[in-house]
Design a binder for this molecule. Structure first.
Ligand code: HEM
Length: 451
Protein backbone atom coordinates (compact mmCIF):
# COMPACT_ATOMS: atom_id res chain seq x y z
CA UNK A 1 0.00 0.00 0.00
CA UNK A 2 1.31 3.45 -0.92
CA UNK A 3 1.36 6.19 1.70
CA UNK A 4 0.81 9.76 0.63
CA UNK A 5 3.62 11.83 2.11
CA UNK A 6 1.53 14.70 3.46
CA UNK A 7 -2.22 14.87 3.08
CA UNK A 8 -1.92 18.50 4.22
CA UNK A 9 0.02 19.21 1.02
CA UNK A 10 -2.60 17.79 -1.37
CA UNK A 11 -5.65 19.82 -2.40
CA UNK A 12 -8.77 18.33 -0.82
CA UNK A 13 -10.70 18.02 -4.09
CA UNK A 14 -8.42 15.12 -4.99
CA UNK A 15 -10.17 13.09 -2.31
CA UNK A 16 -13.69 14.51 -2.37
CA UNK A 17 -16.18 16.41 -4.51
CA UNK A 18 -17.67 17.75 -1.23
CA UNK A 19 -21.10 16.52 -2.20
CA UNK A 20 -22.09 15.74 1.36
CA UNK A 21 -21.85 19.14 3.06
CA UNK A 22 -21.27 21.70 0.33
CA UNK A 23 -24.61 22.44 -1.36
CA UNK A 24 -23.31 25.43 -3.36
CA UNK A 25 -20.46 25.68 -5.76
CA UNK A 26 -19.15 28.34 -8.17
CA UNK A 27 -16.35 27.94 -10.67
CA UNK A 28 -14.53 31.22 -11.29
CA UNK A 29 -12.59 31.33 -14.53
CA UNK A 30 -10.04 34.09 -14.10
CA UNK A 31 -7.56 36.05 -16.18
CA UNK A 32 -4.35 37.40 -14.70
CA UNK A 33 -3.95 41.12 -15.50
CA UNK A 34 -1.25 42.00 -12.98
CA UNK A 35 1.00 39.08 -12.08
CA UNK A 36 2.76 40.70 -9.13
CA UNK A 37 -0.58 41.31 -7.38
CA UNK A 38 -1.77 37.79 -8.23
CA UNK A 39 1.36 36.31 -6.69
CA UNK A 40 0.90 38.09 -3.39
CA UNK A 41 -2.80 37.07 -3.31
CA UNK A 42 -1.68 33.47 -3.91
CA UNK A 43 0.86 33.71 -1.09
CA UNK A 44 -1.80 35.03 1.29
CA UNK A 45 -4.31 32.35 0.31
CA UNK A 46 -1.80 29.65 1.23
CA UNK A 47 -0.49 31.34 4.37
CA UNK A 48 -4.02 31.94 5.64
CA UNK A 49 -4.92 28.27 5.01
CA UNK A 50 -7.72 29.21 2.65
CA UNK A 51 -7.03 26.43 0.13
CA UNK A 52 -8.60 23.23 1.39
CA UNK A 53 -6.19 20.36 1.91
CA UNK A 54 -6.67 16.62 2.12
CA UNK A 55 -6.42 16.30 5.91
CA UNK A 56 -9.11 18.93 6.47
CA UNK A 57 -12.30 16.90 6.68
CA UNK A 58 -15.60 18.73 6.14
CA UNK A 59 -18.29 18.45 8.82
CA UNK A 60 -21.81 19.85 9.03
CA UNK A 61 -20.29 23.05 10.48
CA UNK A 62 -17.76 23.63 7.69
CA UNK A 63 -18.67 26.77 5.75
CA UNK A 64 -16.42 26.70 2.66
CA UNK A 65 -13.99 24.62 0.66
CA UNK A 66 -11.66 26.18 -1.92
CA UNK A 67 -9.62 24.69 -4.76
CA UNK A 68 -7.26 26.50 -7.10
CA UNK A 69 -5.88 25.33 -10.43
CA UNK A 70 -3.69 27.05 -13.04
CA UNK A 71 -3.74 26.75 -16.84
CA UNK A 72 -0.67 26.85 -19.07
CA UNK A 73 -1.25 30.52 -19.90
CA UNK A 74 -1.56 31.11 -16.15
CA UNK A 75 1.89 29.63 -15.56
CA UNK A 76 3.25 31.77 -18.40
CA UNK A 77 1.80 34.89 -16.81
CA UNK A 78 3.22 33.88 -13.43
CA UNK A 79 6.54 34.08 -15.27
CA UNK A 80 7.81 30.52 -14.98
CA UNK A 81 11.08 30.14 -16.87
CA UNK A 82 11.06 28.37 -20.25
CA UNK A 83 12.50 25.09 -18.93
CA UNK A 84 9.83 24.88 -16.24
CA UNK A 85 7.07 25.68 -18.75
CA UNK A 86 8.40 23.04 -21.09
CA UNK A 87 8.38 20.43 -18.32
CA UNK A 88 4.55 20.22 -18.39
CA UNK A 89 3.08 17.49 -20.58
CA UNK A 90 2.43 18.39 -24.23
CA UNK A 91 -1.38 18.18 -24.10
CA UNK A 92 -1.39 20.74 -21.27
CA UNK A 93 0.96 23.07 -23.12
CA UNK A 94 -1.05 22.87 -26.33
CA UNK A 95 -4.42 23.28 -24.60
CA UNK A 96 -7.84 21.69 -25.06
CA UNK A 97 -8.85 24.34 -27.62
CA UNK A 98 -5.79 23.86 -29.87
CA UNK A 99 -6.33 22.59 -33.41
CA UNK A 100 -4.78 19.20 -32.72
CA UNK A 101 -6.29 18.48 -29.30
CA UNK A 102 -9.79 19.69 -30.19
CA UNK A 103 -9.81 17.48 -33.30
CA UNK A 104 -8.68 14.56 -31.17
CA UNK A 105 -11.44 15.23 -28.61
CA UNK A 106 -14.15 15.41 -31.28
CA UNK A 107 -14.75 19.13 -30.70
CA UNK A 108 -15.86 19.88 -34.22
CA UNK A 109 -19.08 21.27 -35.74
CA UNK A 110 -21.38 22.49 -32.94
CA UNK A 111 -18.66 21.56 -30.41
CA UNK A 112 -15.93 23.59 -32.08
CA UNK A 113 -13.85 25.84 -29.76
CA UNK A 114 -14.72 28.82 -32.01
CA UNK A 115 -18.28 28.51 -30.61
CA UNK A 116 -17.31 28.13 -26.96
CA UNK A 117 -18.45 30.54 -24.25
CA UNK A 118 -14.96 30.46 -22.71
CA UNK A 119 -11.64 28.66 -23.02
CA UNK A 120 -10.55 29.72 -26.49
CA UNK A 121 -9.62 32.87 -28.39
CA UNK A 122 -10.07 36.02 -26.29
CA UNK A 123 -11.87 33.99 -23.62
CA UNK A 124 -8.98 31.77 -22.59
CA UNK A 125 -8.46 31.49 -18.85
CA UNK A 126 -5.45 31.50 -16.52
CA UNK A 127 -6.88 30.33 -13.20
CA UNK A 128 -9.75 28.21 -11.98
CA UNK A 129 -10.93 29.14 -8.48
CA UNK A 130 -13.59 26.77 -7.15
CA UNK A 131 -15.61 27.95 -4.20
CA UNK A 132 -17.88 25.53 -2.34
CA UNK A 133 -20.21 26.64 0.45
CA UNK A 134 -22.55 25.07 2.91
CA UNK A 135 -25.66 27.07 2.00
CA UNK A 136 -27.03 29.97 -0.07
CA UNK A 137 -26.41 32.70 2.51
CA UNK A 138 -22.81 31.68 3.17
CA UNK A 139 -22.20 31.24 -0.55
CA UNK A 140 -23.41 34.66 -1.55
CA UNK A 141 -21.33 36.35 1.20
CA UNK A 142 -18.26 34.26 0.27
CA UNK A 143 -18.67 35.02 -3.44
CA UNK A 144 -18.80 38.74 -2.65
CA UNK A 145 -15.71 38.50 -0.49
CA UNK A 146 -13.65 36.62 -3.06
CA UNK A 147 -14.84 38.69 -6.03
CA UNK A 148 -13.58 41.79 -4.22
CA UNK A 149 -10.30 40.00 -3.47
CA UNK A 150 -9.91 39.09 -7.18
CA UNK A 151 -9.98 42.80 -8.06
CA UNK A 152 -7.22 43.55 -5.59
CA UNK A 153 -5.28 40.55 -6.92
CA UNK A 154 -5.11 41.84 -10.49
CA UNK A 155 -7.59 39.21 -11.66
CA UNK A 156 -10.62 39.64 -13.91
CA UNK A 157 -13.50 37.20 -14.08
CA UNK A 158 -13.85 35.72 -17.59
CA UNK A 159 -16.81 33.65 -16.51
CA UNK A 160 -18.50 32.55 -13.31
CA UNK A 161 -20.15 29.15 -13.66
CA UNK A 162 -22.56 28.26 -10.89
CA UNK A 163 -23.36 24.65 -10.21
CA UNK A 164 -27.13 24.34 -10.21
CA UNK A 165 -29.82 22.85 -8.07
CA UNK A 166 -28.79 19.59 -6.45
CA UNK A 167 -30.94 16.54 -6.83
CA UNK A 168 -30.46 13.21 -5.05
CA UNK A 169 -32.08 9.86 -5.62
CA UNK A 170 -33.29 7.42 -2.93
CA UNK A 171 -29.91 5.70 -2.88
CA UNK A 172 -28.21 8.96 -1.91
CA UNK A 173 -26.52 9.51 -5.29
CA UNK A 174 -26.50 12.89 -7.01
CA UNK A 175 -28.68 12.86 -10.13
CA UNK A 176 -27.55 14.43 -13.41
CA UNK A 177 -29.94 16.20 -15.81
CA UNK A 178 -30.94 13.18 -17.90
CA UNK A 179 -32.18 11.73 -14.58
CA UNK A 180 -29.48 9.14 -13.84
CA UNK A 181 -27.46 8.60 -10.67
CA UNK A 182 -24.04 10.22 -11.11
CA UNK A 183 -20.78 9.49 -9.31
CA UNK A 184 -21.53 5.80 -8.82
CA UNK A 185 -18.24 4.43 -10.08
CA UNK A 186 -15.08 6.05 -8.79
CA UNK A 187 -11.71 4.27 -8.85
CA UNK A 188 -10.58 2.82 -5.51
CA UNK A 189 -7.22 4.54 -5.32
CA UNK A 190 -4.39 3.06 -3.32
CA UNK A 191 -3.27 5.25 -0.42
CA UNK A 192 -6.29 7.57 -0.57
CA UNK A 193 -7.87 8.21 2.86
CA UNK A 194 -11.21 7.30 1.27
CA UNK A 195 -10.00 3.81 0.31
CA UNK A 196 -9.88 1.12 2.97
CA UNK A 197 -7.02 -1.32 2.44
CA UNK A 198 -5.06 -1.49 -0.79
CA UNK A 199 -6.88 0.14 -3.70
CA UNK A 200 -7.22 -1.26 -7.23
CA UNK A 201 -5.58 1.74 -8.87
CA UNK A 202 -2.10 3.10 -8.17
CA UNK A 203 -1.85 6.44 -6.34
CA UNK A 204 0.32 7.78 -9.15
CA UNK A 205 -2.61 7.74 -11.57
CA UNK A 206 -4.09 10.73 -9.81
CA UNK A 207 -1.25 12.26 -7.84
CA UNK A 208 2.20 13.00 -9.21
CA UNK A 209 5.19 11.73 -7.29
CA UNK A 210 3.92 8.19 -6.70
CA UNK A 211 4.22 5.00 -8.80
CA UNK A 212 1.66 4.82 -11.58
CA UNK A 213 -0.54 2.02 -12.91
CA UNK A 214 1.11 2.03 -16.31
CA UNK A 215 4.61 0.76 -15.55
CA UNK A 216 4.91 1.18 -11.78
CA UNK A 217 7.18 4.18 -12.29
CA UNK A 218 6.70 7.88 -11.63
CA UNK A 219 4.82 9.78 -14.33
CA UNK A 220 6.86 12.74 -15.61
CA UNK A 221 6.39 15.70 -13.30
CA UNK A 222 6.59 19.41 -14.05
CA UNK A 223 9.76 20.95 -12.62
CA UNK A 224 10.41 24.36 -11.09
CA UNK A 225 14.01 25.46 -11.70
CA UNK A 226 16.21 24.71 -8.68
CA UNK A 227 13.15 23.54 -6.69
CA UNK A 228 12.84 20.54 -9.05
CA UNK A 229 9.92 18.22 -8.26
CA UNK A 230 8.41 20.74 -5.83
CA UNK A 231 6.09 22.08 -8.53
CA UNK A 232 4.70 18.70 -9.54
CA UNK A 233 4.80 16.48 -6.48
CA UNK A 234 1.39 16.03 -4.80
CA UNK A 235 -0.24 17.82 -7.73
CA UNK A 236 -2.30 16.54 -10.65
CA UNK A 237 -3.86 17.71 -13.91
CA UNK A 238 -7.48 18.89 -13.89
CA UNK A 239 -9.74 18.79 -16.96
CA UNK A 240 -12.79 21.07 -17.00
CA UNK A 241 -15.46 20.88 -19.70
CA UNK A 242 -18.79 22.68 -19.80
CA UNK A 243 -21.10 20.10 -21.38
CA UNK A 244 -24.57 21.30 -22.29
CA UNK A 245 -27.24 18.60 -22.07
CA UNK A 246 -30.23 18.74 -24.39
CA UNK A 247 -32.58 17.05 -21.95
CA UNK A 248 -35.81 17.83 -23.84
CA UNK A 249 -34.49 16.33 -27.09
CA UNK A 250 -33.06 13.29 -25.26
CA UNK A 251 -36.33 12.31 -23.57
CA UNK A 252 -38.54 13.28 -26.52
CA UNK A 253 -36.45 10.93 -28.67
CA UNK A 254 -36.54 8.16 -26.03
CA UNK A 255 -40.33 8.33 -25.84
CA UNK A 256 -40.84 8.38 -29.59
CA UNK A 257 -38.35 5.61 -30.33
CA UNK A 258 -39.49 3.43 -27.40
CA UNK A 259 -43.11 3.67 -28.61
CA UNK A 260 -41.97 2.66 -32.09
CA UNK A 261 -40.05 -0.36 -30.73
CA UNK A 262 -42.68 -1.41 -28.16
CA UNK A 263 -40.39 -0.88 -25.17
CA UNK A 264 -40.32 1.75 -22.41
CA UNK A 265 -38.43 5.04 -22.64
CA UNK A 266 -36.67 4.28 -19.32
CA UNK A 267 -35.46 0.93 -20.67
CA UNK A 268 -34.11 2.52 -23.84
CA UNK A 269 -32.40 5.37 -21.98
CA UNK A 270 -30.86 2.88 -19.52
CA UNK A 271 -29.39 1.01 -22.51
CA UNK A 272 -27.81 4.28 -23.72
CA UNK A 273 -26.19 4.88 -20.32
CA UNK A 274 -25.56 1.23 -19.39
CA UNK A 275 -27.11 1.82 -15.98
CA UNK A 276 -30.67 2.28 -14.79
CA UNK A 277 -31.68 5.61 -13.32
CA UNK A 278 -30.99 4.25 -9.81
CA UNK A 279 -27.35 3.61 -10.77
CA UNK A 280 -27.75 -0.19 -11.06
CA UNK A 281 -25.93 -1.66 -14.06
CA UNK A 282 -28.27 -3.08 -16.74
CA UNK A 283 -28.04 -6.89 -16.68
CA UNK A 284 -29.22 -9.42 -19.27
CA UNK A 285 -32.94 -10.34 -19.11
CA UNK A 286 -33.83 -7.25 -17.08
CA UNK A 287 -36.77 -5.07 -18.14
CA UNK A 288 -37.03 -2.76 -15.14
CA UNK A 289 -34.77 -0.99 -12.67
CA UNK A 290 -33.83 -3.39 -9.82
CA UNK A 291 -32.91 -0.37 -7.71
CA UNK A 292 -29.92 -2.18 -6.19
CA UNK A 293 -26.59 -0.52 -6.81
CA UNK A 294 -23.41 -2.57 -6.68
CA UNK A 295 -20.32 -1.40 -8.52
CA UNK A 296 -18.30 -4.59 -8.07
CA UNK A 297 -19.16 -6.09 -11.49
CA UNK A 298 -16.72 -6.46 -14.37
CA UNK A 299 -18.96 -7.47 -17.36
CA UNK A 300 -17.75 -11.10 -17.27
CA UNK A 301 -21.39 -12.20 -16.78
CA UNK A 302 -22.40 -10.05 -19.75
CA UNK A 303 -19.58 -10.56 -22.28
CA UNK A 304 -21.79 -9.93 -25.33
CA UNK A 305 -23.54 -6.80 -24.07
CA UNK A 306 -27.05 -8.25 -23.82
CA UNK A 307 -27.53 -6.40 -20.55
CA UNK A 308 -25.18 -3.41 -20.64
CA UNK A 309 -24.66 -2.74 -24.37
CA UNK A 310 -21.08 -2.87 -25.66
CA UNK A 311 -21.36 0.71 -26.94
CA UNK A 312 -23.21 2.22 -23.96
CA UNK A 313 -21.70 5.19 -22.11
CA UNK A 314 -20.37 3.34 -19.06
CA UNK A 315 -19.00 0.43 -21.04
CA UNK A 316 -17.06 2.74 -23.32
CA UNK A 317 -15.90 4.95 -20.43
CA UNK A 318 -14.56 1.93 -18.50
CA UNK A 319 -14.70 -1.41 -20.35
CA UNK A 320 -13.43 -3.32 -17.26
CA UNK A 321 -12.62 -7.03 -17.78
CA UNK A 322 -14.09 -7.61 -21.21
CA UNK A 323 -12.82 -6.80 -24.67
CA UNK A 324 -9.43 -5.17 -24.24
CA UNK A 325 -7.20 -8.23 -23.94
CA UNK A 326 -6.92 -11.95 -24.53
CA UNK A 327 -7.99 -12.70 -20.94
CA UNK A 328 -10.17 -10.98 -18.34
CA UNK A 329 -7.08 -10.10 -16.30
CA UNK A 330 -5.39 -8.61 -19.37
CA UNK A 331 -8.48 -6.56 -20.26
CA UNK A 332 -8.76 -5.20 -16.72
CA UNK A 333 -5.07 -4.34 -16.73
CA UNK A 334 -5.50 -2.32 -19.92
CA UNK A 335 -8.73 -0.64 -18.73
CA UNK A 336 -7.11 0.37 -15.45
CA UNK A 337 -4.39 2.33 -17.25
CA UNK A 338 -7.04 4.78 -18.43
CA UNK A 339 -9.05 5.69 -15.36
CA UNK A 340 -10.14 9.18 -14.37
CA UNK A 341 -11.39 10.66 -11.09
CA UNK A 342 -14.60 12.61 -11.71
CA UNK A 343 -15.32 15.64 -9.55
CA UNK A 344 -17.85 17.66 -11.58
CA UNK A 345 -21.29 19.02 -10.79
CA UNK A 346 -24.44 19.74 -12.79
CA UNK A 347 -25.38 23.31 -13.70
CA UNK A 348 -28.77 24.83 -14.50
CA UNK A 349 -32.20 23.97 -13.13
CA UNK A 350 -33.84 20.58 -13.48
CA UNK A 351 -36.71 20.35 -15.99
CA UNK A 352 -40.07 19.58 -14.41
CA UNK A 353 -41.07 17.58 -17.49
CA UNK A 354 -37.84 16.17 -18.94
CA UNK A 355 -39.34 15.72 -22.42
CA UNK A 356 -40.33 19.39 -22.62
CA UNK A 357 -37.52 21.88 -22.98
CA UNK A 358 -37.83 25.34 -21.38
CA UNK A 359 -35.12 27.04 -23.45
CA UNK A 360 -32.69 27.37 -20.49
CA UNK A 361 -29.20 25.98 -20.64
CA UNK A 362 -28.32 23.08 -18.33
CA UNK A 363 -25.65 20.44 -18.27
CA UNK A 364 -22.58 19.11 -16.56
CA UNK A 365 -19.51 21.01 -15.42
CA UNK A 366 -17.39 17.96 -16.02
CA UNK A 367 -14.19 17.84 -14.00
CA UNK A 368 -11.75 14.99 -13.98
CA UNK A 369 -8.37 14.57 -12.37
CA UNK A 370 -5.54 12.54 -13.86
CA UNK A 371 -1.76 12.40 -13.70
CA UNK A 372 -1.46 12.21 -17.48
CA UNK A 373 -4.12 13.94 -19.59
CA UNK A 374 -3.11 12.16 -22.77
CA UNK A 375 -3.16 8.63 -21.38
CA UNK A 376 -6.24 9.11 -19.20
CA UNK A 377 -8.87 11.74 -20.12
CA UNK A 378 -7.96 12.17 -23.79
CA UNK A 379 -7.61 8.44 -24.34
CA UNK A 380 -11.05 7.74 -22.85
CA UNK A 381 -12.67 10.52 -24.88
CA UNK A 382 -10.90 9.75 -28.15
CA UNK A 383 -10.28 6.01 -28.22
CA UNK A 384 -13.36 4.76 -26.42
CA UNK A 385 -16.15 7.38 -26.27
CA UNK A 386 -15.73 8.78 -29.77
CA UNK A 387 -14.47 5.65 -31.53
CA UNK A 388 -16.86 4.48 -34.25
CA UNK A 389 -15.11 1.12 -34.37
CA UNK A 390 -15.27 0.35 -30.64
CA UNK A 391 -15.86 -3.29 -29.53
CA UNK A 392 -16.64 -4.57 -33.02
CA UNK A 393 -19.20 -1.82 -33.69
CA UNK A 394 -18.73 0.04 -36.93
CA UNK A 395 -20.83 3.18 -37.35
CA UNK A 396 -21.60 4.60 -33.93
CA UNK A 397 -19.98 6.52 -31.06
CA UNK A 398 -21.06 6.91 -27.40
CA UNK A 399 -24.85 7.38 -27.76
CA UNK A 400 -25.07 9.63 -24.69
CA UNK A 401 -22.13 12.01 -25.09
CA UNK A 402 -20.30 11.10 -28.33
CA UNK A 403 -19.45 13.79 -30.87
CA UNK A 404 -17.70 11.78 -33.57
CA UNK A 405 -20.89 11.40 -35.62
CA UNK A 406 -22.64 14.71 -36.20
CA UNK A 407 -26.19 13.75 -37.07
CA UNK A 408 -28.25 10.70 -37.95
CA UNK A 409 -26.46 8.80 -35.23
CA UNK A 410 -26.82 5.07 -34.54
CA UNK A 411 -26.71 2.80 -31.49
CA UNK A 412 -26.74 -0.98 -31.30
CA UNK A 413 -28.43 -2.87 -28.46
CA UNK A 414 -27.17 -6.45 -28.42
CA UNK A 415 -30.08 -8.84 -27.90
CA UNK A 416 -31.32 -12.34 -28.78
CA UNK A 417 -32.51 -13.59 -31.19
CA UNK A 418 -31.44 -10.38 -32.94
CA UNK A 419 -29.91 -7.07 -31.95
CA UNK A 420 -31.93 -3.85 -31.92
CA UNK A 421 -30.75 -0.77 -33.81
CA UNK A 422 -31.62 2.76 -32.79
CA UNK A 423 -31.04 5.15 -35.68
CA UNK A 424 -31.29 8.76 -36.75
CA UNK A 425 -30.80 10.59 -33.47
CA UNK A 426 -28.91 13.82 -32.76
CA UNK A 427 -26.07 14.71 -30.36
CA UNK A 428 -27.54 15.24 -26.90
CA UNK A 429 -24.42 16.80 -25.34
CA UNK A 430 -22.52 19.83 -26.69
CA UNK A 431 -19.18 21.23 -25.54
CA UNK A 432 -19.60 24.89 -24.54
CA UNK A 433 -16.18 25.56 -23.06
CA UNK A 434 -13.19 23.85 -21.57
CA UNK A 435 -9.60 24.04 -20.48
CA UNK A 436 -6.79 22.00 -19.03
CA UNK A 437 -5.44 23.06 -15.65
CA UNK A 438 -2.81 21.91 -13.22
CA UNK A 439 -3.90 21.48 -9.59
CA UNK A 440 -0.70 22.14 -7.62
CA UNK A 441 0.03 21.02 -4.08
CA UNK A 442 -0.29 23.66 -1.37
CA UNK A 443 3.49 23.93 -1.06
CA UNK A 444 3.78 24.46 -4.83
CA UNK A 445 1.13 27.20 -4.70
CA UNK A 446 3.17 28.83 -1.93
CA UNK A 447 6.31 28.69 -4.08
CA UNK A 448 4.46 30.20 -7.04
CA UNK A 449 3.28 32.99 -4.77
CA UNK A 450 6.87 33.66 -3.77
CA UNK A 451 6.89 32.16 -0.23
C1 HEM B 1 -23.01 15.56 -19.96
C2 HEM B 1 -22.08 14.63 -20.04
C3 HEM B 1 -22.11 13.35 -19.25
C4 HEM B 1 -23.14 12.71 -18.66
C5 HEM B 1 -24.59 13.11 -18.61
C6 HEM B 1 -22.60 11.52 -18.04
C7 HEM B 1 -23.35 10.59 -17.34
C8 HEM B 1 -22.83 9.48 -16.70
C9 HEM B 1 -23.60 8.55 -15.93
C10 HEM B 1 -25.10 8.64 -15.67
C11 HEM B 1 -22.74 7.60 -15.47
C12 HEM B 1 -23.09 6.38 -14.59
C13 HEM B 1 -23.00 6.64 -13.14
C14 HEM B 1 -21.61 6.80 -12.60
O1 HEM B 1 -20.83 5.86 -12.50
O2 HEM B 1 -21.29 7.94 -12.25
C15 HEM B 1 -21.42 7.92 -15.96
C16 HEM B 1 -20.29 7.20 -15.71
C17 HEM B 1 -19.05 7.52 -16.21
N1 HEM B 1 -18.74 8.54 -17.07
FE1 HEM B 1 -20.01 9.94 -17.77
N2 HEM B 1 -21.27 11.45 -18.29
C18 HEM B 1 -20.90 12.56 -19.03
C19 HEM B 1 -19.65 12.89 -19.49
C20 HEM B 1 -18.53 12.09 -19.37
C21 HEM B 1 -17.25 12.38 -19.95
C22 HEM B 1 -16.90 13.60 -20.80
C23 HEM B 1 -16.42 11.35 -19.58
C24 HEM B 1 -14.96 11.15 -19.90
C25 HEM B 1 -14.39 11.51 -21.01
C26 HEM B 1 -17.18 10.45 -18.75
C27 HEM B 1 -16.68 9.33 -18.15
C28 HEM B 1 -17.39 8.51 -17.31
C29 HEM B 1 -16.78 7.41 -16.55
C30 HEM B 1 -15.31 7.04 -16.51
C31 HEM B 1 -17.83 6.79 -15.88
C32 HEM B 1 -17.73 5.59 -14.95
C33 HEM B 1 -17.76 4.31 -15.73
C34 HEM B 1 -17.58 3.12 -14.81
O3 HEM B 1 -16.54 3.02 -14.16
O4 HEM B 1 -18.53 2.34 -14.72
N3 HEM B 1 -18.47 10.91 -18.66
N4 HEM B 1 -21.51 9.07 -16.72
Amino acid sequence: MTTIDKLEDVQGIVFSGYNKYMANCSYYLLKIDAAAKTKSWLKNLVEQNQITHGADKATAETENRISLAISYSGFEKLQLDQDSLYSFELSFREGMHSEHRSALLGDRGINDPSQWQWGSGGNSVDLLFILFSKNDAIHSASCKYHEKAFKGAGLSVVQRLDAGQKKQNDNGFAVEHFGFADGVSDPLVDGFPTTSGTGDIATGEFLLGYPNQYDGKLTKMPQLGASGDALGKNGTYLVLRQLKQDVGAFWAFMEEEAARQGITADYLAAKFVGRWKSGAVVEPDQDTDPNKVDNSFNFTKDPHGQGCPLGSHIRRANPRSVGLGATEAESLKVANRHRILRRGRSYGSFLANPAQDDGNERGLLFICLNANIERQFEFVQHTWINSVKFAGLYDEDDPLIGSAVEDNRNFTIQDLPIRRRVCGFQQFVTTKGGSYFFLPSLSALGLLGGS
